[in-house]
Design a protein around this ligand. Structure first.
Ligand code: NAP
Length: 234
C-alpha cells in the first residue's frame, strides 16, 4: 500500500523540499499550506496529479486544522508520517531586549509551539490506527537550553524549547500506540528563514532527513536529535 505523509508549511523552504522528496519516493503527500494556489505546489501538481494533495492548513487556527483532518479522512484512515515543519523567525527577534515587542512573541509561540500540538491532536486517529507511525517536529539547536550562548532571539528560541518539551511529552504519551515522536534540528539551510549564507542545501537536507526518519524504528531512542540522528542536548 502507498505510504502517506502530511507536511505543514509545504509550499516553500524545507517543507517544499520534503514534499518534492516524498513525491519522488512514491508517497501520497498532503501538502499543508496557507495558500492553496501557491505556484510551487501548482507546478508540482502537474507532475504528480494523483499523489500531491494540497491542503489548506493554517496552524494557528484550530478549526482549520480540524477541517484539514476531515479532508485527509476522505483519502486515507492512516498516516505514516506527520512533519510539523511550519514556523516563523521574525527579523524583530534579533533586537535586543529593550527593543523587543514582547506581545509579538505570542504569535511566534502560537505558530512554532502550539501549531504542532494542534496538528497532532486533530490527526491522532490517523496515527493510532498505524503502529510505527512517526511525528517529526522540526525543531532547532536554538531550542537547546543547555548549549545556549545567545542573548536575544527570545521568541524563536523559547518557542523551539517549548516544542522540544511538547515532543518529549508526546513521545511519552504515544509510546503505547507505538508512535515515534522526534524533535529534529535540521541544520542551517539556505531558505527564506536561513538566508543565503547558510551552509546547507535544503533539498539535500530533506533527502538526508527522510532517510534518517525511515531508519528510525526505536521507540526508546533519543527524542531530540540532529540531522545525523545523533542525540542533541536539551
Ligand atoms: N532555515 C534554517 O536554517 C533552519 C534552522 C533550524 C531550524 N529550522 C526550522 O526548519 C523549519 C523550516 O524552516 P524554513 O527554513 O524552511 O523556513 P521558511 O523558508 O521561512 O518557511 C516557513 C514555512 O512555514 C510556513 N508557515 C509560517 N507560519 C505558518 C502558519 N501560521 N501556518 C502554516 N504555515 C506557516 C510558511 O508558509 P507561508 O509560505 O504561508 O508563509 C512556510 O511554508 C522551521 O521549523 C524552522 O524553524 C530552519
Amino acid at each position: 500500500m502507498r505510504k502517506s505523509v502530511l507536511i505543514t508549511g509545504a509550499a516553500r523552504g524545507l517543507g517544499l523540499c520534503f514534499t518534492r522528496k516524498y513525491l519522488k519516493d512514491g508517497f501520497l503527500v498532503f501538502a499543508g499550506s496557507r495558500d492553496l494556489k501557491a505556484a510551487s505546489l501548482m507546478e508540482l501538481q502537474k507532475e504528480y496529479p494523483d499523489t500531491l494533495i494540497p491542503l489548506m492548513l493554517e496552524v494557528t487556527d484550530t478549526e482549520a486544522v480540524a477541517a484539514a483532518a476531515r479532508t485527509v479522512a476522505g483519502y486515507t484512515a492512516k498516516l505514516d508520517i506527520i512533519i510539523n515543519n511550519a514556523a516563523v523567525h521574525n527579523s524583530s527577534s534579533f533586537e535586543i531586549l529593550e527593543k523587543a515587542d514582547i506581545d509579538d512573541c505570542l504569535m511566534v509561540y502560537d505558530i512554532n509551539s502550539l501549531g504542532p500540538l494542534r496538528v497532532v491532536k486533530e490527526f491522532l486517529p490517523f496515527l493510532r490506527s498505524n503502529p510505527g507511525a512517526k511525528v517529526i517536529n522540526i525543531s532547532s539547536e536554538s531550542g537547546s537550553i543547555s548549549t545556549c550562548g545567545r542573548d536575544k532571539e527570545f521568541d524563536y528560541c523559547m518557542s523551539k524549547a517549548a516544542l522540544n518539551m511538547a515532543s518529549k511529552l508526546l513521545s511519552n504519551y504515544l509510546k503505547k500506540d507505538q508512535v515515534i515522536v522526534l524533535a529534529v534540528h535540521p541544520g542551517w539551510m539556505r531558505t527564506d528563514m536561513g538566508g543565503s549564507k547558510a551552509t546547507l542545501d535544503p533539498y539535500e537536507t530533506a533527502c538526508r532527513l527522510v532517510e534518517l526518519f525511515e531508519s528510525r524504528k526505536d521507540l526508546e531512542g533519543p527524542v531530540f536529535i540532529d540531522n545525523q540522528g545523533k542525540e542533541y542536548p536539551w
